[in-house]
Design a binder for this molecule. Structure first.
Ligand code: OGA
Ligand code: NI
Length: 340
């Protein structure tokens, strides 16, 4: 039986100091943000030009320079975005026990709730976040495992998942065009299994000591992030750049899979999340993943004798298994993908 002092570890609001297990080694702490306004992440207006070629150019320039950009006029309605963020916030406002029980319907644990990372018991130090994650395709197969509370969760998030899948296709087609690949190259298996991850970073009594999310590159083709508050930072050179939220914009970033398919022309971008002491922050990452059996390798159209493939081919599930076992360690993942 639980006693009063054995509170579940997600009772964040009761935390008045950063417990030792959440204090990170000095070199991994947030440190000073070098804020140079010239280096903010580009915002691309998807409807801003008469001529699509300009959009393609802007997208490609941003992906090459930062691996990150934001999009506005993206076609997803503000109302749907607001409704979705509202149910995500409502979900994370529930008691930790309820959040966990709402995510334990699938015996295969495709839908799950955890604090810090999936490796809580093994990690050296913990991260200041709660996370809810579940697959979004196919809806017929997975929706039955999604949370039933808040009451509108399934209805709203289903709509959101459909719209974000479409947006993903739109952006991938722009990238295709920019890279010189046939339109639709990323359709089907390459982008078949999108997964949603809803992060919740409670206010932290001392944000200088810890992180919400470690420095990492995503194991996706691209990721579409919805954020309303500061917290996301991108690593460029050895500087951290803040990705300032633009109302109702989405943040897009390149993941490892696109790095492999583009034969290194685009690179997975390193990023992390820091906490703040005043308000909880909720962010929703929609990862565009290939299907498990999909073969990922450099696109033939992008390689030749002068430009040989930098990476071998492997099924996405093999990549994913290794990524997880290396706990997103960039050097190890890079070594693995380069040696296949
Ligand atoms: C992620 C991620 C950033 C954020 O979930 O992979 O990078 O701002 N999230 O929450
Ligand atoms: Ni990420």
């Amino acid at each position: 039986m639980k006693t009063m002092d054995q509170k579940p570890r997600s009772s964040w609001p009761d935390v008045s100091h950063v417990p030792e297990s959440y204090v990170h080694p000095l070199e991994k702490r947030p440190g000073k943000l070098i804020f140079d306004t010239c280096k903010t992440i580009p915002v691309v207006d998807l409807e801003g030009y008469y001529d699509q070629t300009h959009v393609v150019q802007d997208v490609l320039k941003a992906t090459k320079e930062f691996g990150f950009f934001q999009v506005i006029n993206h076609g997803v309605s503000k109302k749907l975005m607001d409704d979705t963020m509202a149910v995500f916030k409502e979900f994370h406002a529930m008691r930790p026990e309820d959040k966990a029980s709402e995510c334990s319907k699938d015996p295969n644990r495709s839908c799950k709730f955890y604090t810090s990372s999936e490796n809580f018991s093994k990690e050296e130090f913990h991260y200041w976040r709660d996370a809810l994650t579940h697959p979004c395709h196919s809806l017929e197969e997975y929706m039955q495992f999604w949370p039933r509370k808040p009451i509108r969760y399934r209805e709203v998030v289903k709509e959101y998942a459909i719209e974000l899948k479409k947006l993903g296709e739109k952006i991938l087609n722009l990238i295709c065009e920019g890279l010189g690949l046939d339109t639709g190259y990323f359709s089907g298996g390459h982008s078949g299994d999108p997964v949603l991850l809803v992060n919740h970073y409670p206010p932290c009594p001392d944000p200088s000591l810890t992180l919400g999310l470690a420095k990492h590159r995503d194991p996706s083709l691209i990721t579409i992030l919805f954020q309303e508050q500061n917290g996301l930072q991108v690593c460029k050179g050895d500087e951290w750049i803040l990705v300032e939220p633009v109302p109702h914009a989405f943040v897009i970033n390149v993941g490892y899979v696109l790095q492999i398919i583009s034969n290194g022309e685009l690179k997975g971008a390193e990023h992390r999340a820091v906490t703040n002491s005043s308000v909880p922050r909720t962010s929703a990452a929609f990862f565009i993943y290939p299907s498990k059996d999909d073969l990922i390798e450099p696109a033939k159209a992008l390689t030749n004798a002068d430009n040989p493939p930098l990476y071998g081919s492997m099924q996405f599930k093999e990549f994913q298994r290794n990524y997880l076992s290396y706990a997103a360690n960039a050097e190890k993942v890079q070594k693995f993908i380069s040696s296949t």
